[in-house]
Write a new protein. Structure first.
Length: 130
């Protein structure tokens, strides 16, 4: 098949116009272990004081605001980083112990530790002989 007749692939996400809606970050990573989950979300330009995390059941909501100041005395010709308020909901597969959640923002990365509720954690059952 000639090259010109092939279907063109859509551009990668990073090459899409900035005017298209995007989530708060380019993506997050969610890891699971026996004790719980660890969420890592890159949020460049976001500070800890503009973030709000809410857990309802097994859904974590991250809300915040990215503030990018305009350069004084200059006209912005192109802006590829989104600014303003954002929200992201992340569904977790098991219930979470809301009282033990820890969150830390460092170098533009949000790290959230979400321990599983005691009932959702695996436990060993002893088998007794009769």
């Amino acid at each position: 098949m000639p090259t010109s007749a092939r279907r063109r692939r859509p551009p990668p996400r990073s090459a899409r116009p900035a005017s298209l809606p995007r989530p708060a970050s380019r993506g997050f990573s969610l890891y699971e272990c026996d004790a719980g989950f660890e969420l890592l979300a890159p949020l460049p330009g976001v500070t800890a004081d503009t973030l709000e995390l809410v857990i309802e059941g097994s859904v974590l909501t991250i809300r915040g605001e990215r503030k990018i100041p305009d350069a004084e005395g200059a006209k912005c010709l192109r802006r590829e980083r989104r600014r303003g308020a954002f929200a992201r909901e992340i569904s977790l597969p098991t219930p979470i112990d809301a009282d033990k959640i820890e969150a830390q923002m460092r170098d533009g990365i949000l790290r959230v530790l979400l321990p599983k509720a005691a009932a959702a954690q695996p436990r060993r059952i002893e088998v007794k002989s009769s």
